[in-house]
Design a protein around this ligand. Structure first.
Ligand code: ADP
Length: 178
């Protein structure tokens, strides 16, 4: 599907660590020191240099290198992608405004991609694993963010791991009516 910016939006089932794009997005936690899920997979595939680069990112408060809704960039080390954009989605049950925070995580990542000159970017389903975000609402927010701000990009790809996640994203794209 074509976005208003002229970029294409694509949905794929699969593993984000294998994507041949300029930048992949990591659904990290605020420490940026690695975790489970997609974060663990990205660190394993990138190799130990990625953790070293994350440790060099300045803490904005104790144990917080990337506040929820913001993004930080490192190189991709052994990944096919040149950059990793680390962002932090909300923990659905405990965040006061999870929809705002999730949208900000997507928008901050798109902005970070532009800042490093990436033109193709791949996102996982941020917050849809351990952080417990309901899939249908998360999908609508993700697709809307791409619709609203993909300026200067050629492709925004969502890489969905499970069938239910893929279906939720497909429905959200259909709802946009394009
Ligand atoms: P969060 O803490 O933000 O919820 P998780 O890593 O637990 O992050 O889950 C986010 C989403 O990423 C989930 O839909 C999960 O199934 C998916 N996921 C896990 N591993 C991968 C991977 N290698 N590639 C793409 N998506 C993945």
């Amino acid at each position: 599907m074509k976005l208003p910016s002229g970029a294409i939006l694509t949905l794929v089932r699969g593993d984000i660590t294998r994507q041949d794009v300029d930048a992949i997005v990591n659904a990290a936690n605020e420490t940026l020191l690695g975790g489970g899920g997609v974060d663990g997979a990205i660190h394993r595939a990138a190799g130990p240099g990625l953790l070293g680069a994350c440790k060099e990112i300045r803490e904005v408060r104790p144990d917080v290198r990337c506040p929820t809704g913001e993004a930080r960039v490192t190189t991709g080390f052994a990944l096919p992608a040149r950059f990793v954009i680390h962002t932090v989605g909300p923990i659905y049950r405990s965040h006061p405004q999870p929809a705002v925070a999730l949208r900000n995580a997507y928008l901050s990542s798109l902005q970070a991609a532009r800042q490093v000159g990436a033109s193709t970017i791949a996102f996982p389903a941020i917050s849809c694993g351990v952080y417990g975000y309901p899939l249908d609402e998360a999908a609508r927010i993700a697709v809307q963010a791409a619709w609203d701000d993909s300026d200067e990009l050629e492709e925004v790809r969502f890489v969905l791991f499970g069938e239910a996640t893929f279906q939720a994203w497909s429905a959200a794209v259909e709802q946009l009516g394009a």
